[in-house]
Design a protein around this ligand. Sequence first.
Ligand code: SAM
Length: 284
Amino acid sequence: MSTNTMSTNTKNQIDQTPEGWDTISKAYSHGFTQLYAIDALDLTIGKNGTKDDIKILDVGCGTGALTLNALYKIKDSKNSFILSTDFSPSMLKILSDKVRENKIDNIETKIMDGQNMVGIQDNTFDFAYSVFGLIYFPDRNKGFKEMHRVLKASGKVAITSWLSTTPFCEMLTTGLSHFTTIDAKQSPYKKGLLSLADKQQFKQEMIAAGFKDVEIHTVHHNMVIPAGTSCASLFHDNPVYECLFDYIPREKQDELDKVMDDYVSKNYPNLILNSAGYIGIGTK
Ligand SMILES: C[S@@+](CC[C@H](N)C(=O)[O-])C[C@H]1O[C@@H](n2cnc3c(N)ncnc32)[C@H](O)[C@@H]1O
């Protein structure tokens, strides 16, 4: 998919393109990310949900990790509404098929780049979320500002990111450093997966976009790797894994997977990867 274009590549990384996410869509499971989505909902709308009529925006919704869980939060309200957006048509189709098949009438899906949410008016939403979506935007500031723009005056935002110590992130960076001398700051991950891995920077970027009362929460969930499964193989085709092939020749894939699996079995022999994530919360 990618070629070895490290020195000349001025295009977006594969994890910053709709095509990159289209490729993984059928195999993508939001089973793990939804745990963080539920935390984001609990921290903003509250564990018990709401009876109020509210408008919710999900940016980079993928197959619906946040959207589908948000439905439970608004089940006792009459006229609440969710707009779910993503720039990957294939990811979005999986969610829109579910919405249609289950005759859900208060979710609308729309293809949209989160950096430029044309068509959404200012001050529209009570709550806006991006669960591991905004971290991939080449222009995060635009993404933050767009979310700020479309929130109502009293609205709340929640955005999630990974830490560099999160085991699957360390697995990927371990693979990269085994084959190259690239340091983490120049690796693809500083532009995507780990773009908001620094808590202070995360907070500063939210404040710079205009958010108030900003708090960065740390939450943990276990990623459980089935016994006998190569952890590296679970990421095949995922653009965060495919990014590595801009730096490591594809013919080294078996070797790369072995390095990554050795890292996992040495550090997590029980195959339970306790995984930290940050949730940035703010108000308009
Ligand atoms: C890791 S997935 C997360 C999906 C979902 N939120 C979840 O938690 O499972 C990242 C998602 O962000 C989307 N995405 C990345 N960059 C985007 C952009 N500029 N505009 C809209 N969506 C974007 C991708 O298409 C993908 O669906």
